[in-house]
Design a protein around this ligand. Structure first.
Ligand code: SAH
Length: 408
């Protein structure tokens, strides 16, 4: 065993960390930053597997080399016996898949199969939509092993096709160009219908946000569905109508969807039609949410329930203050528009905004709106978007269900 390990060490290139820089790896955090590296014996290729050693030469783990990124190595394994090869990817994919299985052995119609670092596969996203799987290769390591990954997916699941949606900016940080297209099998339909809870949703794999849909909100949509009955909802940043479909399937009286994208609203209309909801139960409004909330406030309109699911306001820590003001603005306006006893589902998908700060911003918004508010539930990303305990950066979606008290 000792011999095979030493052979592997010879085969893979070796990098040495600076003194004291091994601490995060000993805690199994999967990233090595450029500044932690003391020397590289032979320059590895982008994505090539390297052995990471401490300053004193102690073996720490094995990861993918990324010559341009500030995250210079993303760790594949901390176990000396685990070789990074075709079988490694098959095993990781298989394990991630088994964790998504329902109790009866079936799988949900749509789910995140691989959540990158949190599933031990840094830089890889895999989402299943019906008979198709959509992949994102976000780092040099997953890019390097793309054919093994595609093969593994095809072996483990009866897919009709595998489509790539690596058309994302983060690839630039890795020195990779955006890329999308069919990787295997049949091309997906322009509108791929999936079932989620009590409704159907059409997914645009080619152009839709992320890999086509906000799978991370599935449990929160279900929760809203359970609280929707008989209520008049305002669904802001509605995109293709996910929360609205859940609300209507759950017996909502009416939902007004607001989004600035005409294209997203057209898809949303189609989703509502396909589910056969009576057209008197929903409306779509193309508008800027900030302006729309202000206008409704002036008109003194009231709703029983409001959803605030804005896009990422915080792109970097320099934007945190500005983003905080934007969150406060929309949450304050939303509280103004809530009937006593009404509920607000409010979210932040910015990883840089932590849950404590978000709660504080929402609390301040309630004070500013002079509303007496209770937090009745804390939400996060769905269970198929797990957060590895050694990788807190994986936690990004936060939500609060707030209730305005009757005593106002
Ligand atoms: N809630 C959705 C996802 C929201 S994505 C779901 O569960 O599927 C964010 C949406 O906000 C996008 O559709 C985008 O078009 C919209 N958007 C971004 N800024 C906006 C603004 N200022 N006013 C209205 N819509 C906006």
């Amino acid at each position: 065993m000792a011999l095979s390990l030493s052979i592997r060490k010879i085969m893979n290139k070796v990098i040495y960390l600076k003194p004291e820089k091994e601490k995060s790896l000993l805690r199994k955090h999967p990233w090595v930053f450029a500044g932690a590296i003391a020397r590289v014996r032979e320059t590895p290729l982008p994505g090539e597997t390297v052995e990471v050693l401490s300053h004193k030469g102690n073996w720490l783990g094995r990861g993918a080399w990324s010559p341009i990124s500030q995250i210079r190595v993303r760790m594949w394994t901390f176990s000396p016996e685990e070789v990074v090869d075709t079988r490694f990817f098959l095993n990781r994919l298989k394990q991630a898949l088994s964790l998504r299985q329902n109790a009866d052995g079936s799988f949900p119609d749509a789910f995140r199969w691989v959540a990158a670092e949190s599933d031990g596969l840094p830089g890889l996203i895999a989402d299943r939509y019906g008979d198709w799987v959509v992949l994102q290769f976000l780092a040099t390591g997953s890019e390097f092993w793309r054919s093994e990954i595609v093969q593994g997916i095809g072996t483990l699941f009866p897919v009709r096709g595998i489509y790539e949606r690596s058309d994302v900016d983060v690839r630039k940080k890795e020195g990779l160009a955006p890329q999308s297209g069919l990787l295997y099998g049949e091309a997906p339909p322009m509108n791929l219908w999936i079932r989620e809870g009590g409704f159907r949703a059409g997914i645009d794999i080619y152009q839709g946000h992320k890999t086509g849909y906000y799978l991370d909100q599935s449990e929160n949509r279900a929760r809203l569905g359970h609280m929707a009955t008989g209520k008049n909802w305002l669904n802001t940043f509605s995109y293709t109508g996910g929360f609205s479909l859940a609300a209507l399937a759950g017996g909502a009286k009416h939902v007004l969807n607001v989004d600035s994208s005409a294209h997203a609203l057209a898809r949303s209309e189609e989703n509502h039609r396909q589910n056969g909801f009576d057209t008197s139960r929903y409306d779509h409004l193309e508008a800027d949410v900030f302006k729309c909330l202000r206008g409704f406030h002036t008109e003194e309109r009231l709703f029983d329930g409001i959803v605030l699911d804005p896009p990422k306001f915080v792109e970097s820590k320099f934007h945190l203050e500005k983003a905080a003001r934007a969150y406060k603005d929309i949450n304050r306006l939303a509280f103004h528009l809530l009937r006593p006893g009404g509920v607000l589902f409010t979210f932040s998908c910015s990883g840089l905004m932590d849950a404590g700060l978000f709660q504080k911003i929402v609390a301040d918004s309630a004070l500013d709106a002079q509303r007496d508010v209770q937090f009745i539930h804390r939400m996060g990303q769905a269970a198929d978007h797990p957060v590895r305990s050694t990788f807190p950066e994986g936690f990004y979606l936060k939500g609060l269900i707030c209730r305005t008290c009757n005593e106002n």
